[in-house]
Design a protein around this ligand. Structure first.
Ligand SMILES: C[S@@+](CC[C@H](N)C(=O)[O-])C[C@H]1O[C@@H](n2cnc3c(N)ncnc32)[C@H](O)[C@@H]1O
Length: 261
């Protein structure tokens, strides 16, 4: 490798060799822009000096990777979707699969998404029969998720009654009640390289694959579909889109909810 003048491709290769995160799977323009923003902030004028700077401390590399894999989340994000899950999708699945539901929240960030599902299942008296696996590439965010402690911003869409029932105030924060916390199994998992979690009735992968290139999105959708039970559901984010759901044996059900045929 010529290390005198690095272009973005060169940076991606070096970054992959060091961290195992393949930036080639992410949309180039968007990712390069984000990286350049941080280079500017760190006063590193070129990719090579920036990479050397990152490599000088493991913590810095981790922080940078976290910055790239945006962790924004909240409880009941896209209320319409959660209403449909509570009133239609989950009751239907519980009727068809009375022995219990297997849920996967892929790219779960701090856990607000799998915990929102846990709340709904508790309200439907089905939490004990459910297995909720929540995965993310970011080990640090998963450590935080395990604490179940959230600031007010995460709870802005949680109705007051649910907040009182499922959270305990702890200073300026809210801790989710233990029964819910225990119901979610967190695992570190890279969607690009690790096998999908098998045998799921409901998969949520929201606000994750928007950052990936079309080929990577296709690869992920195939994996999700192959690991959904017949009649199972896939939920994607409000800004995400599946151009040809039939290709993955999926049928649009409502908004961004798809059903496996
Ligand atoms: C914007 S958050 C979405 C959180 C939640 N799904 C929601 O919609 O509120 C995106 C999450 O995807 C994770 N992520 C990004 N690339 C990933 C990958 N290759 N494998 C697994 N998770 C990834 C990030 O670490 C981040 O926590």
């Amino acid at each position: 490798m010529n290390t005198d003048a690095w272009d973005y491709d060169h940076f991606k290769k070096a970054f992959f060799a060091r961290t195992g995160l393949n930036l080639d799977c992410y949309k180039d323009k968007q990712m390069e822009r984000r990286i350049k923003q941080i280079m500017q902030r760190e006063k590193k004028p070129c990719f090579k000096s920036f990479f050397t700077h990152l490599s000088s401390q493991a913590q810095m590399m981790d922080r940078f990777r976290q910055y790239l894999t945006i962790n924004t989340s909240e409880f009941f994000r896209d209320s319409k979707i959660f209403k449909c899950l509570e009133e239609d999708v989950l009751p239907q699945l519980l009727k068809n699969y009375p022995r219990g539901l297997k849920v996967w929240s892929a790219g779960c960030s701090m856990g607000a998404e799998p915990l929102s599902i846990a709340i709904l299942l508790h309200r439907l008296h089905a939490l004990r029969r459910a297995e909720i696996i929540a995965t993310d590439i970011d080990g640090e965010v998963l450590k935080e998720a395990q604490k179940g402690l959230f600031n007010q911003q995460y709870l802005s869409k949680v109705p007051e009654g649910l907040r009182q029932r499922y959270f305990e105030a702890e200073g300026p924060h809210y801790r989710v009640r233990e029964a819910l916390r225990k119901a979610v199994i967190y695992r570190k998992h890279n969607l690009l390289t690790d096998r999908p979690i098998p045998g799921r009735h409901l998969i949520l992968c929201r606000n994750v694959f928007i950052y990936f290139k079309a080929e990577t999105q296709q690869f992920l959708l195939e994996g999700f579909s192959n690991n959904l039970q017949p009649g199972g559901f896939l939920v994607i984010g409000a800004a995400e889109y599946i151009s040809d759901p039939g290709r993955y044996s999926l049928q649009r059900y409502q908004n961004t909810i798809f059903r496996k045929q």
